[in-house]
Design a protein around this ligand. Sequence first.
Ligand code: BGC
Length: 352
Amino acid sequence: MTTYSLPDPSHFVRNIHGKNTHLIILTNPAGMQVALTDYGARLVSALVPDKGGNLVDVVLGFGSIDGYLHAHEKYHGATIGRFGNRIANGKFSLDGEDYTLAQNNGPNNLHGGEGGFHSKVWDRQVSFKQKVDFYYVSPDGEEGFPGEVKVNVCYELTNENEIIIRFRATTNKPTVINLTNHAYFNLNGEGNGDILNHILQIPSTHFIPIDDNQIPFGEESPVENTPFDFRRPKKVSEDIGQDNLQIKAGSGYDHTFVNPSPLSQAAATAYAEDSGIQLQVYTTEPGIQLYTGNFLSDDTGKSGSKYLKRGGFCFEAQHYPDSPNQPNFPNVVLRPGEEFQSQISYKFNIVK
Ligand code: BGC
């Protein structure tokens, strides 16, 4: 059995473009331990007790800043912005102005571009053992987006083994915003096999179908009689291999589910029988992207194991993909004088 521990903080002391990086550690009285770094305002580790009382690190990631800098997968645990997910052809219009963004994912803009929020060193303020705030000012025109945006991401570890992430943002010009967290989870422990054996439950009656470039057609579609029906708990493996056009378009699950009751009910739940660890996600956001790590390959993680395809899954709570170009999707425009606020909470339980 793997014994998990937090990474060595000295491996997170680095200077990136003139700014120092750090490892920040939060602990709660229940014994849960969380590590974060200001490089990407990122979740590095979450040590959660399993059904035998052993601490299991359920978040994929690396033991040093260099690990993050050299990884194939750039988004491990990171705060994603200014716009999470895809914007078709890297283009959108707002108030009659056309904007062109980098095309860093085929023809699309993905996760704010190569220089998105995941790649920035944020300022930090640690409040006691259970809370850290990260701050970043994104300049007007960064990665092609209009307006100077001030962002605050606060991580709090509660006494109930819950990581609450609160996002806030303001702008000085009209812009679009879609913030999320890109943690990959494996509830049997990072590096411990794939997540095909995890049991998921998602109460959504509808999901957002995508085309071959992973861009929505602009509609919500019923999950009924499709591999996307997780209303009753089901293993990831059950339908992921189905001969289904949407599964093919995502190379597995890589789709947004419509959140039926933001914050009042878990938008998604995952459970691993071996560890007995359950993860519930509560969010204010209208959608939750289930991504089953279809493109993971080749990176070696914290405890020396390779992160292979489907070695982790993400529950990315956010607005729908390509919203700036989809008039029927919930609003993503942020204007001067308004404050954007959203919340994601990852709650860990033991279910025997
Ligand atoms: C996207 C995937 C993408 C991945 C990159 C996810 O949020 O939905 O399509 O490959 O991020 O890490």
